[in-house]
Design a protein around this ligand. Structure first.
Ligand SMILES: [Zn+2]
Ligand SMILES: [Zn+2]
Length: 138
């Protein structure tokens, strides 16, 4: 069977999606590239980046709206909250119910039809807070 460019693209996207779905670390494009490269050795960083952008535009994956310099991606597209470690920049999911009421509260005090909200928690991850404790002891 001959692979058409269109099919190749689909395969690439499929593999990117599979690899992204295996982790809960909300990887950057570079990190996704490292994972995907093990299965598609000839893929380029630019291709991975373009596919991630395209997939987030079409809603297949989530591009995270969190602080930090690098964009991060998430295969979990259901609304959920994130926490970012202020020390190492690691991002995890926060498993609490999404607050639907907050949209109504915001709509009540603004001239907007509120369609959504983003909450980013920040703190120190387990490893970083352990490291701080060790430094205090020494
Ligand atoms: Zn940390
Ligand atoms: Zn997430």
């Amino acid at each position: 069977m001959q692979l058409t460019p269109q099919m190749r693209l689909t395969t690439q996207r499929q593999i990117i999606l599979e690899e992204l779905g295996k982790v809960t670390s909300h990887p950057t494009a570079n990190e996704v590239y490292d994972m995907v490269r093990k299965r598609l050795p000839r893929i380029g960083l630019g291709t991975v980046y373009r596919n991630l952008e395209l997939m987030s535009e079409t809603g297949i994956i989530l591009k995270l709206e969190v602080g930090g310099t690098q964009k991060r991606f998430d295969a979990t597209i259901d609304p959920h909250y994130h926490i970012r470690c202020l020390s190492c920049g690691k991002v995890d999911d926060i498993e609490i119910p999404v607050m639907e009421d907050i949209n109504k509260t915001a709509a009540a005090v603004s001239q907007y039809q509120v369609l959504g909200h983003h909450i980013e928690f920040s703190g120190l991850c387990n490893e970083c807070s352990n490291m701080e404790e060790e430094q205090m002891v020494n």
